[in-house]
Design a protein around this ligand. Structure first.
Ligand SMILES: NC(=O)c1ccc[n+]([C@@H]2O[C@H](COP(=O)([O-])OP(=O)(O)OC[C@H]3O[C@@H](n4cnc5c(N)ncnc54)[C@H](O)[C@@H]3O)[C@@H](O)[C@H]2O)c1
Ligand SMILES: CC(C)[C@H](C(=O)O)[C@@H](O)C(=O)O
Ligand SMILES: [Mg+2]
Length: 350
């Protein structure tokens, strides 16, 4: 823990700037009351920036980002039907490039059902689990291509890459986290009944690493069955470890059963601390509600708490989480507050 924190802020597109402003507001309040100096540097990046400049993410910008303690990220991307920017360009060339370049191999996505949240589930039980999603491999790496494009014989491939090194380090991280939690349970999620090459590497890796953690109970679910239990019995989960794509899908589902995507926080973490980690809400730029102060900034604020925790300011992070929990418990579903009013209330509670 240090007395100053130097953060890069990439607010991005759509609701990104709206929710990030509230997260920064809360960060300022939380650090000031601990006497910690907070330095913020804004980086203009995203779809709007690409449209204005043609630039996605230069090597010089990555180098500059490496100089900060951590990155707070809002959201990027255009509306799915927007043709002014090629689909996937910003997601791949900015967001994924950051995760890969800065070696964010643990994509940490906690799911908790806060008191006062209306879950769509009939009997949700006490939901409190964390998904450890692999962040640098899988079908995300861009390994593939198109043959005979535009013809009836077109063939498109998107090959999932899983290395022993990459799988082992994220699986070990999942076991470590499970070992530190009271329930000490790890569920690994894959599809090794069909994806036998990658799936069996994951299976063998989990079995090998499990020997180092005799106190952790290990469970396995095929990803399709995992989606059943996330809805019918989410209380069964403690730590879930899974690959990049399965983790993307199940964490939106996890958000939906714990009060919605507006509450779901995440960290893209470089556990070896060879580069800054990056904290962001699970949600995207939500073009359908952008610019209207309708977005819930809670996910961004909880992501800022994860950032503080990662930098060793656990007490400040816990205070933010408590302020968020109190705010959520007092929400009136019949009268939605503007984005900035939610940030003001949480900052004031600190
Ligand atoms: N990390 C990121 O930057 C990130 C993540 C996901 C999607 N995206 C991009 O965002 C764009 C939109 O994607 P999408 O529509 O599939 O997903 P999305 O998460 O942006 O939106 C899905 C739905 O959730 C709602 N929503 C999202 N955040 C909310 C919040 N804070 N408060 C209240 N409602 C919220 C939206 O209004 C929308 O109805 C795309 O360009 C996509 O690629 C970016
Ligand atoms: C926008 C996209 C690249 C990203 C992902 O798939 O990881 C998003 O959906 C997320 O969950 O952070
Ligand atoms: Mg996603």
């Amino acid at each position: 823990m240090s007395a100053s924190i130097d953060i890069a802020v990439i607010a991005g597109d759509g609701i990104g700037p709206e929710v990030t402003a509230e997260a920064v507001k809360v960060l300022k309040e939380a650090t000031a009351s601990d006497g910690v100096e907070l330095k913020i540097t804004d980086y203009e990046l995203g779809a709007a920036h690409w449209l204005a400049t043609g630039e996605t993410l230069t090597d010089a910008t990555i180098d500059a980002l490496r100089g900060h303690d951590a990155i707070l990220f809002g959201a990027v991307g255009a509306a799915p039907g927007d043709t002014s920017i090629p689909s996937g360009l910003i997601e791949r060339e900015l967001l994924l490039k950051l995760r890969f370049s800065l070696d964010h191999y643990v994509n940490l996505r906690p799911s908790r059902l806060y008191r006062g949240v209306a879950s769509p589930l009939a009997d949700p039980g006490a939901i409190d689990f964390v998904v450890v999603r692999e962040g640098t491999e899988g079908p995300y790496v861009g390994n593939g291509g198109v043959l005979r494009k535009g013809t009836p014989q077109e063939i498109a491939t998107e090959v999932s890459v899983n290395t022993a090194f990459g799988v082992e380090r994220v699986v070990r991280d999942g076991f470590r986290r499970a070992n530190e939690r009271p329930r000490k349970k790890l569920t690994y999620v894959h599809k090794h009944n069909v994806l036998v090459h990658a799936g069996h590497l994951w299976k063998r890796t989990v079995e090998a690493v499990a020997a180092e953690f005799p106190d952790v109970a290990v469970d396995y679910l095929h990803v399709d069955a995992a989606t059943i239990f996330l809805v019918t019995d989410p209380a069964r989960f403690d730590v879930i470890v899974t690959d990049n794509l399965f983790g993307d899908i199940i964490t939106d589902l996890a958000a939906a059963v714990t009060g919605g995507i507006g509450l779901a926080a995440s960290g893209n973490i470089n556990m070896d601390r060879t580069a800054p980690s990056m904290f962001e809400p699970v949600h995207g730029s939500a073009p359908d509600i952008a610019g209207q102060q309708k977005a819930d900034p809670t996910a961004a604020i909880l992501s800022a708490a994860l950032l503080l925790e990662h930098l060793g300011h656990g007490a400040a992070a816990a205070r933010i989480e408590a302020a968020v929990a109190a705010d959520i418990a007092g929400r009136n579903p019949a009268s939605a507050r503007p984005t900035s009013a939610i940030g003001d209330a949480i900052a004031a509670a600190l």
